[in-house]
Design a protein around this ligand. Sequence first.
Ligand code: ATP
Ligand code: MG
Length: 509
Amino acid sequence: MVVEAKAVNVETLVEVKNCTMVFPGVKALDNVDFTLLAGECHGLVGENGAGKSTLSKCIIGDNRMTEGELYIQGNKIHIPSFNVRKSQEMGIAIVHQEFQLMGDLNGLENIFIGRYTKRGPLIDWKELQKEGEALLEYLQCDVDLKVKVKHLRTAEKQIIQLAKAMLDNPKVIIFDELTSVLQEDGIENIFRIIRLLKEKGIGIIYISHRLDEIFECCDRYTVLCDGKWINSGYVKDIDKPELIKMIIGRELKNVYPPKNEEFGETLLEVKNLTAHDGSFRDVSLSVRAGEVVGISGLLGAGKTELIHAIYGNYKTTSGDVFVRGKQVEIKSPQHAIKLGLGVIPDERRLLGLNMLFNIQDNTTLPSMFMFKKWKIFQNHRAEEKAAFDINDKLKLRYVSLSQLISKLSGGNQQKVVIAKWMLRNCDLFLLDEPTRGIDIGAKFEIYSLINELAKAGKGIVLVSPELEEIIGLSNKVYVMYEGKVMDTVEGDDINQEVIIQDLLGVKEA
Ligand SMILES: Nc1ncnc2c1ncn2[C@@H]1O[C@H](COP(=O)(O)OP(=O)(O)OP(=O)(O)O)[C@@H](O)[C@H]1O
Ligand SMILES: [Mg+2]
């Protein structure tokens, strides 16, 4: 599958020499070297906070490296005057880890913003629509470009970002965790696009925590750890355990802890729930204390909408929800929290974190009431200790708890979302892709935490695009296909073959 970059006479598209990047209190990159060749896909890997996004941003001129040299197609770059516009002109594009789209504009406007084709003084929308559609056709993706981006699914937003990056026929394209929101079929499509780009001689920097992808589509790899260069080489010369060892500095065995098998009362019951727009229909499910319930399905199967509906963030037209046997009508996420639900949403920036708050406040916000002295005063010391302990457990990489959350790396932000709900001591957790963008070592910690929660009698609903994760953690799996629950799989039947058949709608409902 891997198409190797030609070894001789291959142009070096990007060369980074001795790059150091210092933020206040953090040396995000320390003397890093990196090269990207024409026609290669180069995997950039490392733990959360290792410096991958920072290095990408140095290459596109979004970060001004503190020390070091940058060459693009052999030309030495004058760092103080280098910026994103210049890198774009030189043919460098990026699909950022976090969405950088305008929610109130539609897909077409987002793709072409700042580069509108004009006919006289007017924007030629017809022409843009044609160009936009041609771009999506090339990418073999189907997204309605007239819909406001805020109404699109996460994966569709990702497609808009990708189309935007492809617009200027780049020479170099950086994918910063492009696939973290995609399902298997979406990822396959990305691999196909990567092969097309490679054939055209384009160089790709591919950042992902899903190591299987690195072996699937990359020619070379570079490992960063704590801002330092650890190793570079050909992917064909190593295997997955070796790569893991380079990334986390140790071997990783038994990623999934033994499942809890003791269940208590039914904590959540959903009966015949139907969404207002039909994105899921007639869904029934139940979660007992101590149980991890997985929800699996391809993109568009209605998983995320279902989770949103359960916590009062998506309109339903019929169906009943029971929490601890009592019928409830959850009207808003706040109401869900009051009922003892902890929610880790799929889009952390919108729903999970307040970007203007620091780490501690983000961690303790929903559990403030737990840190009272004589029921009146806020016990700041206890609050700080609790925030410290839980973030320490999740191996959060940070300078101080008073650091702004926006200054953390993507994966570390996700850890804070998890920390915050773990701290609140909820009865029932709705986890929508909790390990998205989380490095392999920290994933292990999160799996252990989910397991501990189950053992402590909590109920957990887990949505994940990674089938392995669903299989490794769940006691019961509901498989959704086009809005309906296709099958319920329990115990030893939870295996890849059965679930994939259901996912593809092969079995009759
Ligand atoms: N604007 C900033 N201000 C201060 N510190 C920053 C800033 N951007 C990044 N950092 C710090 O630099 C380090 C590297 O972050 P970076 O985002 O490059 O990590 P990463 O390898 O992309 O991680 P992830 O896998 O979580 O996305 C982290 O410690 C992060 O907190
Ligand atoms: Mg990153």
